[in-house]
Design a protein around this ligand. Structure first.
Ligand code: PLP
Length: 547
């Protein structure tokens, strides 16, 4: 028994147990440091995985009869680090951030306390932090903090799902008991994240009732198409319940115009005498640019370069309207630089969460006591991790200005990347030119072909698919070198129409996603050089990419 107790933090704060614990932590951190190399994107060489890699793992592992001891556990943990991706300057693949120190400390504190965020009797630290960060972020986006509310949840996906639960409950408070009517509809841009698809499936609305609205040339939702599609649904007896406005799309940073979307829904509500349609701003990724909501663009106190300032001000024009949305989300594990999973769901009218709550009768051992006033019975989760602590720590450590500097640098390096790409590798063309932000999507074109003509619908379906094929080969080649520079890619950054069919065809593109705090403009030339080398490899590989 005594040995088993040694596997825990001390009960009384004794020095010896603390020092044992700290020396294990020291070992973990120093092992990580030994593997670091700023010019690589992995910790040590990349791991090759054989075809039956996971099968072998399954065969080889069972619970040991006798525990192996903490030194060996730490050895095994540090082995797990070998070949792991690491977010150095050359890590430009997707929104997979480096967890900042305040974020890690917050998560660590939470782990030490192991409070359950379900109830403030069990997790007071997390409950307090949750109320703090809900209020802090409400004020930031322009919600009335005395009315808004929210909670940390399972990802941007969880926020889209919670928004939908709320949207249904607001129009159909008895759907909880009676089930969901079979004529409900949801709307989102064709460039929206697939979170909504899974959510409409899960609540039983059915994915055939998810209407995908066309996106315009700026990759944002075409609001006239939204108006047309909603009208069509309503005139056929359908009831619109939920519109998701993607404010910062994952592949090209298209920003839907929440203000214009709201104008469409209110017009249709009046015209057809409908109940209000819930608008969720899927701001999981882009919402962080609301840190510029009260930036003084005129006096520019952080002295951003003219071009960067212009880019930020362009994002600001759309993000300043986030507060029009009925709910929204901040994925702190993305641009908030905290560890997984630290997503915050915010609701403009906090009282509406009551619609999702369950009765005291159904929660016999929590809530409903004189000594516990914060019981989150309205979340889909029961027990919840206290991720609000990590969020709180990061907000305190960075402050508005810290985030502004970080987010401005993502814009800065993207602008530099685009400029050098245009100059050095004109066959790689930017397909999200109008979307300034943390990501550049670029596409390889054979001689004579270009994005302008393709976007305008001048190419045949065969031509577009041929270009997609070339890009797929290119992704394979740049992907093989990902331990040097880790670019991202997508098989559908948007769709285009063709000159010979009625189809909308997906457009594949590579991505430069700036997410590491260590990526600076000085590192861009090496990345462009990397792409040039890989283009040479592609050409040498006899893939007929010239016409
Ligand atoms: C990442 C992302 C999501 C999904 O968020 P998770 O935290 O991975 O669940 C949803 N929407 C957008 C716009 C995103 O960028």
């Amino acid at each position: 028994m005594h040995n088993i107790q040694q596997l825990f933090q001390s009960e009384d704060g004794n020095i010896q147990q603390r020092e044992n614990f700290l020396s294990l932590l020291e070992k973990i951190v120093s092992s990580l440091d030994e593997l670091k190399n700023p010019n690589k994107t992995t910790l040590g060489p990349m791991k090759e995985r054989s075809a039956n890699f996971y099968q072998e793992i399954m065969q080889d592992h069972q619970v040991p009869t006798t525990g192996v001891g903490l030194d060996q556990v730490v050895d095994e943990l540090t082995q797990l680090m070998q070949g792991h991706p690491y977010h150095t300057r050359n890590f430009v693949t997707n929104v997979l951030p480096m967890a900042s120190i305040p974020g890690v400390l917050g998560q660590f504190t939470n782990a030490l306390l192991n409070g359950n965020n379900l109830w403030d009797v069990y997790g007071p630290a997390a409950a307090e932090c949750e109320v703090k960060v809900v209020s802090m972020m409400s004020k930031l986006v322009g919600y009335d903090y005395t009315k808004s509310f929210g909670y940390t949840t399972w990802g941007g996906q969880g926020a889209v799902f919670s928004g939908l639960r709320l949207a249904i409950a607001k129009q159909f408070p008895h759907a909880k008991e009676d089930g969901v009517p079979n004529n409900l509809y949801c709307f989102a841009s064709e460039n929206a994240h697939y979170s909504l698809l899974k959510s409409v499936e899960a609540v039983g609305i059915g994915s055939k009732h998810l209407v995908r609205v066309k996106a315009g040339k700026d990759h944002a939702m075409d609001v006239e198409d939204l108006r047309a599609r909603m009208t069509e649904v309503i005139e056929n007896g359908g009831i619109p319940v939920y519109v998701v406005a993607t404010t910062g799309a994952t592949d090209q940073f298209g920003i839907d115009d929440v203000q214009a979307i709201k104008e469409v829904t209110t017009t249709l509500e009046k015209k057809y005498n409908l109940q209000p349609v819930h608008i969720h701003a899927d701001s999981a990724l882009g919402g962080f640019y609301a840190f510029f909501n009260d930036y003084d663009f005129k006096n520019n106190p952080l002295q951003f370069e003219e071009e960067v300032l212009q880019g930020l001000s362009q994002i600001h024009k759309r993000m300043q309207h986030l507060a029009i949305a009925d709910s929204l989300c901040f994925d702190f594990q993305k641009l908030g630089q905290t560890p997984y999973l630290t997503s915050l769901f915010l609701v403009k009218d906090g009282k509406s969460l009551q619609l999702l709550d369950i009765e005291d009768f159904d929660t016999p051992y929590v809530g409903n006591r004189g000594y516990g006033s914060y019981h989150t019975g309205y979340t889909l989760e029961c027990s919840r991790m206290g991720s609000s602590i990590a969020i709180f720590a990061a907000l305190q450590a960075f402050g508005k200005e810290g985030y502004q500097q970080l987010l401005a640098n993502y814009v800065r390096v993207n602008l530099a990347f685009r400029a050098q790409l245009a100059e050095k590798t004109p066959m790689l063309q930017v397909v999200n030119e109008t979307n300034i932000g943390p990501v550049t999507a670029f596409r390889l074109y054979p001689d004579g072909l270009n994005w302008q003509a393709e976007q305008a619908g001048h190419y045949t379906q065969d031509q577009i698919e041929h270009i997609n094929g070339i890009n797929a080969s290119f992704f394979e080649i740049i992907g093989e070198g990902r331990d040097e520079v880790f670019f991202g890619d997508t098989t559908r950054v948007c769709t285009v129409h063709t000159s010979d069919t009625t189809q909308h065809v997906p457009v594949a593109a590579a991505k430069f996603f700036s997410i590491s705090p260590y990526t600076e403009t000085a590192h861009i030339p090496d990345m462009i050089h990397f792409l040039q080398q890989k283009l040479n490899v592609l050409e040498a590989s006899h893939i007929a990419y010239r016409h």
